[in-house]
Design a protein around this ligand. Sequence first.
Ligand SMILES: Nc1ncnc2c1ncn2[C@@H]1O[C@H](COP(=O)(O)OP(=O)(O)OP(=O)(O)O)[C@@H](O)[C@H]1O
Ligand SMILES: [Mg+2]
Length: 404
Amino acid sequence: MPDTFDALHLTREGDTDPAGDPDATDTDDVVRSFSELATRSAADWFSCFGGAPVATTLAELHVRPRCFVHRFTLTDGTSRRDVVLKIRHSDATLRRAERFDGRPELTPQRTISDRDSARCELTGLQQVARAMEGADPDRFGVLRALGWLDGPAGIVMEYVDEPTLRQQLVRRWRRAPLRHGRPGRAEQRDEDRTWSDLGEWLRRFHAADDGRSLPARMSRRDELVDFVERARHFLLQAGAEPGVVSGLATTVVERVERVFPVDLPTAAGHGDFTAQNVFVGPHGRITVFDPLPLWRVCVYEDLARLTMGMRLLGPQVLTHGRLLGEDLCDRWEARLLAAYADGGRPPADQLHVFQALLLMDRWGELLGKRPARGRARQVSRRVRVHVGSGWYERQARRLSSLLA
Ligand SMILES: Nc1ncnc2c1ncn2[C@@H]1O[C@H](COP(=O)(O)OP(=O)(O)OP(=O)(O)O)[C@@H](O)[C@H]1O
Ligand SMILES: [Mg+2]
């Protein structure tokens, strides 16, 4: 095995399959291309580097379903900085396959090449930086894009040594037995502020780009109804509890007419506004990353993706809500909405309609994806589906009653 993999921290994430690990030769090529770029650019990226040659080392490689995330260390012998190089891939062996044809998806995958997606993410990072101009830097961090690696089409960016919001939420569970799950008062204040700040962040991001130059997706009321009907059909076919699914679908379709105009309020969407894509720094400071503003979408989609994502976090599903109590989720959601509305009426009904769409989308994924290869993964999928279905049904009932 070539040198690149010696002493390298290699991890596989999501449902990646070991058979799909990156080829060592490809990784060697990436390391070589990156080193050349870093040698030329390190002094532009970081003012601590001057004329002395800068050496680069690949310290970590995360193999993910849709990208490789490399962490490189740069040093000139005196100063040291870490950077991330993200390279997208379309290696199907690194993703879970579908069990059924034609699963309805809220966001169609892979409509553009990996290179164009990477370009779009770079544009997104620059857009975030513009949207956050003038905002309080103690509350809003900005992940600086440093450069572009041509060839494998990768984005070079600053390394952020902070946990993601998802990691922070999941940690509550790990420490629960010791502290009865309750963070201290100051920590709770920081957590609450994070959710208000996420609302303000999204308001600024949506205000910065109305998305007129982007293709529209789910931007009309009839598209919502169409998605709900297709998702209802799919979920029933895939074995979801018929009464709960139909009850939710019928309620949403009725409610959509009353809540929304024909054309929905839209903006350029973040693309994946979730707890996985937010770093949380000191005193709850947020740095949102991993943008892919490919579409003009209804503004409630981003709000729902974050909040429904929180309610459907893996440990939340598996423990049937013991990770985050219902009251806590409601409180954070209310803070998010109030900050997004900025003094206006918090759009609760609109959020709940979009949460229902997100729930149906994720439910379809739960039932419709094959496990990665290996017996242990097949067993774990069966457990996930069995335990998960009960929690998804509970979420469906919650939304049906809120929207009734
Ligand atoms: N700049 C960074 N600094 C520190 N860690 C990072 C950085 N970028 C990514 N990571 C780590 O890698 C993980 C995956 O990165 P990212 O969210 O960009 O990719 P992804 O979600 O797999 O890809 P996709 O863009 O296809 O959704 C992050 O959750 C984070 O842990
Ligand atoms: Mg991500």
